[in-house]
Design a protein around this ligand. Structure first.
Ligand code: AMP
Length: 253
């Protein structure tokens, strides 16, 4: 079974993001970029499927600038077999990414597409759902477990989904789209030998235009604001003072 796994280049989750002085976006110059954490979980899951003998080939795909090859190399070091970079200038929106991924899906014909549930930079949580709609494939989003049954008759994947207030288990006929949630697995660390090996794995770069997809955006970012600064706390000396402050200052009781 061929598995396609998507990898987005995003600001490293440890970086304290700064908004640009003109409020047009966040500062990306000299900022550490990494593989989006949920995509790393998706890659790990694909590799585990290969280790179980279920996946036969793992293709990692990223849509983005040439620099995204760094994150694809990480995916290869985790265990993907080959990588495809769909090179774009600028950052296409979720719908454009989903359309480009659909074009890659048509070329590669995977049985399973694994994505992260969300990119931590844009917080869209849309791409997997849009890809499922465009391909007309079933979707299992927010997966905390993925169980593939590749019997000849019943090619299915059972996905446990993290939903509000509990877990929902669904079964999807393959080919299907699954998006990874945080508790799906804990990605392995890459080792020096795996990083060296990754350098020799097949790597293809495609121009977005070669896939016949219009990546123009219909969405314009008007302004980006940092979150409001947290005010320091105060210490109270008695319950009476606390109640008084809650009544007169915070006005919550
Ligand atoms: P989003 O819908 O933007 O929150 O992203 C959800 C998931 O879609 C991410 O975790 C990725 O797996 C995938 N994705 C989004 N944008 C890209 C991209 N530019 N390249 C590859 N995968 C992407």
């Amino acid at each position: 079974m061929k598995v396609l796994v998507t990898v987005k280049r995003a600001v490293d989750h440890n970086v304290k993001v700064r908004v640009k002085s003109d409020h047009s976006g966040v500062e990306l110059d000299n900022v550490k970029m990494s593989i989006n954490p949920f995509c790393e979980i998706a890659v790990e899951e694909a590799v585990r499927l290969k280790e179980k003998g279920i996946a036969t080939e793992i293709v990692a795909v990223s849509v983005g600038p040439a620099a995204a090859q760094e994150q694809l190399r990480t995916a290869l070091a985790i265990g993907a077999d080959r990588a495809i970079l769909v090179e774009t200038t600028g950052t296409p929106g979720a719908l454009a990414v989903a359309k480009l991924l659909k074009a890659v899906v048509e070329r590669e014909a995977p049985q399973l597409v694994l994505l992260g549930k969300q990119a931590i930079d844009s917080d869209n949580n849309q791409t997997g759902q849009m890809l499922a709609a465009l391909t007309n494939w079933p979707q299992g989003t927010f997966a905390s477990s993925v169980d593939v049954d590749v019997d000849v008759d019943a090619q299915r994947v059972t996905v446990t989904r993290e939903v509000d207030g509990g877990l929902q288990t669904v079964t999807l006929r393959l080919p299907a789209v699954v998006t990874a949630d945080l508790r799906l697995n804990e990605p392995r660390y890459t080792t020096l030998p795996s990083i060296m090996k990754a350098k020799k794995k097949p790597f293809e770069t495609l121009a977005a235009s070669a896939l016949g997809v219009c990546v123009g955006t219909t969405l314009e970012t008007l302004r980006v604001e940092p979150p409001a600064e947290r005010k320091g706390g105060v210490k109270v000396t008695s319950v009476a003072q606390l109640v008084d402050k809650l009544k007169t200052e915070a006005k919550v009781i």
